[in-house]
Design a protein around this ligand. Structure first.
Ligand SMILES: [Zn+2]
Length: 319
């Protein structure tokens, strides 16, 4: 369910290529009932100065002149979503040209040991949901980026596959030995025991449709480990008169869907899925295991938008 308007905004980029499409319905539940939390021009200084700085001057602001940065909140499932989003072609430009790929890879390469310890902790949690011998457990990382989580899963013995839209990142991941899928092939339906999907769903035009794809790829009883940015106090921040855009859960153009835990429960309830309890950390994330780790665990169980969704063993019976 994508709720996209087929009418595209005319381009101001010297071509006839549309820059934006409009979502007049919630891309999670399809409801048209919404409230607008914020509407301003992409070229307004409160947004434009962030975009210019964040993308280091690589973003062509003149192409965004005619459209507004509008944030709507669905009254049915509580998703906050950007109404006007880039077309697929412009979205590809954003991720392949405006974002500095080398800087992104360098950031990963220069990560400290805590980053890798956190990855190891996440991977260790797979055993709670798929307790078989690791080599018999099929794992898929959707939106794997440079492949660091997938490589950690491989190091733990799991049969690891990865999927990534960026060709450069896919090539890099393949060079590290990860089995890279070129598409989310329906012939792989029911083939995976565990799907890891971190910081992906907030970027896609049709998050409900992507959830359907993940559900189809899972075997009955399989689990999706899903991370998305949390709405948190975003509605309060949007009301401030001195509000300016930033790299948060409603990052203009990129974080086009902003989830609450309520929205994720809705996503699960509309499918044969349910939220299951977060695994207790197997290893400490920083220093000695203590209050911080316990706090993270309790937060993950109750408030966060890092959730685990299990596919039902049997399809739901229609009454
Ligand atoms: Zn909704």
């Amino acid at each position: 369910m994508n709720g996209q308007d087929t009418n595209s905004t005319p381009a101001r980029n010297g071509t006839h290529t549309p820059v934006f499409i409009t979502r007049d319905r919630c891309p999670v539940c399809g409801s048209a009932t919404r409230e607008t939390l914020l509407e301003t021009k992409f070229t307004d200084p409160s947004v434009a100065s962030f975009l210019v700085t964040y993308y280091d001057g690589r973003i062509p602001l003149d192409a965004l002149t005619d459209q507004s940065y509008r944030l709507d909140r669905c009254r049915n499932c509580a998703l906050i979503y950007q109404a006007h989003i880039l077309t697929d072609a412009w979205m590809m430009r954003l991720y392949e040209e405006w974002i500095d790929a080398q800087a992104s890879l360098d950031k990963r390469r220069s990560a400290n040991s805590c980053y890798f310890a956190a990855l190891a902790n996440e991977v260790a949690g797979i055993a709670k949901f798929a307790p078989g011998i690791p080599s018999s457990v099929r794992v898929l990382d959707i939106g794997m980026g440079w492949g660091h989580w997938a490589r950690m899963a491989m190091a733990h013995g799991y049969e690891t596959h990865g999927y990534e839209l960026s060709a450069r990142r896919s090539i890099h991941a393949a060079s590290m030995g990860i089995r890279v899928l070129t598409n989310l092939d329906p012939r792989e339906a029911g083939a995976f025991d565990y799907i890891y999907c971190s910081q992906v769903l907030e970027h896609v035009a049709d998050p409900g449709g992507m959830m359907d794809q993940m559900l189809a790829l899972l075997r009955p009883g399989g689990v999706v480990d899903l991370h998305v940015p949390n709405q948190g106090l975003i509605t309060t921040k949007l009301r401030r008169p001195d509000w300016t855009a930033s790299h948060n859960a409603v990052h203009p153009l990129e974080h086009i869907n902003c989830f609450s835990r309520t929205t994720l429960r809705y996503l699960a309830s509309e499918r044969d899925m349910q939220l299951v309890a977060a695994p207790f950390p197997h290893r400490r994330t920083t220093g000695t295991f203590g209050i911080r780790d316990l706090g993270v665990y309790l937060y993950n169980r109750t408030l966060s938008t890092h959730v685990w969704l299990r596919r039902a063993q049997q399809p739901r019976q229609l009454s």
